[in-house]
Design a protein around this ligand. Sequence first.
Ligand code: GCO
Ligand code: MN
Ligand code: MN
Length: 386
Amino acid sequence: MYTPQPENKFTFGLWTVGNPGRDPFGEAVRHTLSPVEIVHLLGEVGAYGVNFHDNDLVPIDATAAQRDQIVRDFKQALADTGLVVPMATTNLFSDPAFRDGAFTSNDRHVRAYALQKTMNAIDLGVELGAKIYVFWGGREGTETDAGKNPITAIERSREAMNYLCEYVMDKGYDLKFALEAKPNEPRGDIYNATTGNMLAFIQTLDHPNMVGVNPEVAHEHMAGLNFTHQVAQALEAGKLFHIDLNDQAFGRYDQDYRFGSVNLKSAFFLVKLLADNGYDGNLHFDAHAYRTADYDDVKAFARGCMRTYLILKEKAAQFKADGEIQALLAEINSDDGELTPFMGQYSAAKAAALRAHPFDRAALGRRGQPYERLDQLTIELLLGVR
Ligand code: GCO
Ligand code: MN
Ligand code: MN
């Protein structure tokens, strides 16, 4: 049953299952896997695709000849396993050069280097088949606002995005950008902290149609937000180009847990939203196995992400087919149609009719909604007793 299929478009980054378990308090606990080994591991667990930062694949100091050899080996691993590369991205946060950000750095040389590095990384991603290019501004932020002007930061971000959109057009690449927000970590504060910020920012770009968002569960939870609502706004705007799935307890450090492992109910509403609205993009698990895991347990982690998604998808279908739940929803949304003619598209005549309509405000306030019953049915469905 819950076996991942290519059409599910489940993907993992090289940096996810390949994470050796280093954290700010301790060293790596797992040996480092090569990109080729990671592709084989992902093939074994049934993933559809593998994503990477430029330097997950090609070390930052590699020579041109080393790069070509690495890319050849990687392509061979893709051919051997049937995996594809749907998304690529740039590491603009690990190297010390980016300690004060990349596109928003106060140092023009760093900003220019970030553009150069990204153009190279775009070429690499496109060569391997990527159609989506993610921008996560890991170090685009501050610890103190004394040193950086937040308005200048917005202007610099816009200049970089416009430049890179033009680069993609100039090269004739079939590539879209997906901007990923995060409120903090590794910086004290990161600019464009939420998906909502990103959606507003995109509309100010020269080529807004090329640019959408890549919301991540953990990032919106770190900001204390309802992830499903953030994703709904992106979907409604036609801007959900990619999604990063993982899990995260509210109020904690950046945890990157297995999808659905902490907030099962919100994970259900997310999967339901994506299913109900026909999202057919990649489902990328940007998560890490517990530091206690060995590579067998890492495989269990990866399988668990996909399995939970598929189980929740089945639960969403069950929700739709559940007579009692649907009857309650029909009751909740019942409408006698009486006021339809006064609403929708404005006209002076409608407004006049609406203003003349007598409302029984007290009666409106007496009407309750059976949300307790509906929510309990949802919980019982999730607990498997319906
Ligand atoms: C994080 C981010 C990253 C990005 C990745 C792709 O919290 O570190 O989620 O994993 O998604 O850099 O751009
Ligand atoms: Mn993250
Ligand atoms: Mn992410």
